[in-house]
Design a binder for this molecule. Structure first.
Ligand code: PLP
Length: 239
């Protein structure tokens, strides 16, 4: 299974045009929106093609899969790998050396475990706090803004972790108003965090996937996470 550079470059051009158009509609600068290539279930050649096309920011859902697949790219200084899937506390040790950023922190205990393992490695790690903005039971994240606000204070005290912002997975729907409410809610929660913790720089709003990234950009997204829009459909097993 692979994708040729020409096909990928065409997909990338079309994605960038859509990002630009959405940014323009919202009076924003396209360069303020980072593009992440989500490579879950896609094998190594896909990642290599995306690197060849100049992408540097990558996301994976599962720790085991990321560990094996990204091993050959471990010496690539420009490649930045983020964990975007759920992190269980007992996987924090494996995650600590692997990722530049964990976007899916939704419990103090998980953050504490990750902090301990980062401390053992004498490294700092960026994190995002994940909020469940859709109310869907299958989704991870803090269940509401109050829980997020409360945990943020404790997590901010962990030496090796730096909270950079917040992340959400939008609702499973084609209804644009529901998407928009979900993304606007994440932005409002981030603003609430900012007023409670003015010492933190909470610049990252990670929201928007292939089916909803334009709405997310209109609502202030600074990082869109795209899999199928860049690589085509996943061959089963994708979450
Ligand atoms: C799979 C996934 C994506 C990308 O999904 P696409 O619809 O393929 O763009 C983004 N974020 C998370 C958390 C994911 O699990």
């Amino acid at each position: 299974m692979s994708i040729d550079l020409q096909t990928f470059t065409d997909n990338l051009r079309s994605v960038r045009e859509r990002i630009d158009a959405a940014a323009n509609r919202a009076g924003r600068r396209p360069e303020d929106i980072r593009l992440m290539a989500v490579t879950k279930t896609f094998p190594l050649p896909y990642i290599e093609v995306a690197r060849q096309a100049g992408l540097t920011l990558f996301g994976e859902n599962r720790i085991q899969e990321a560990q094996g697949k990204y091993q050959p790219l471990a010496d690539d200084p420009e490649l930045e790998l983020h964990l975007i899937g759920h992190l269980q506390r007992n996987k924090a040790k494996t995650a600590a050396p692997l990722f530049r950023c964990v976007q899916s922190i939704d419990k103090l205990a998980t953050a504490e475990a990750l902090n301990r393992h980062c401390s053992d490695l004498a490294r700092k790690m960026d994190i995002l706090l994940e909020l469940n903005t859709s109310g869907e039971e299958t989704k991870f994240g803090f269940d509401d803004a109050e829980q997020l606000w409360a945990a943020c204070g404790d997590i901010a005290r962990l030496d090796c972790l730096q909270i950079r912002g917040v992340m959400t997975v939008g609702p499973f729907t084609t209804d644009k108003d529901r998407m928009r409410r979900s993304f606007a809610f994440l932005r409002e929660c981030r603003d609430g965090l900012r007023s409670r913790y003015p010492e933190l720089s909470l610049d990252v709003l990670s929201m928007g996937m292939s089916g909803d990234f334009e709405v997310a950009i209109e609502e202030g997204s600074t990082m869109v996470r795209l899999g199928t829009a860049l690589f085509g459909t996943r061959g089963g097993g994708g979450v």
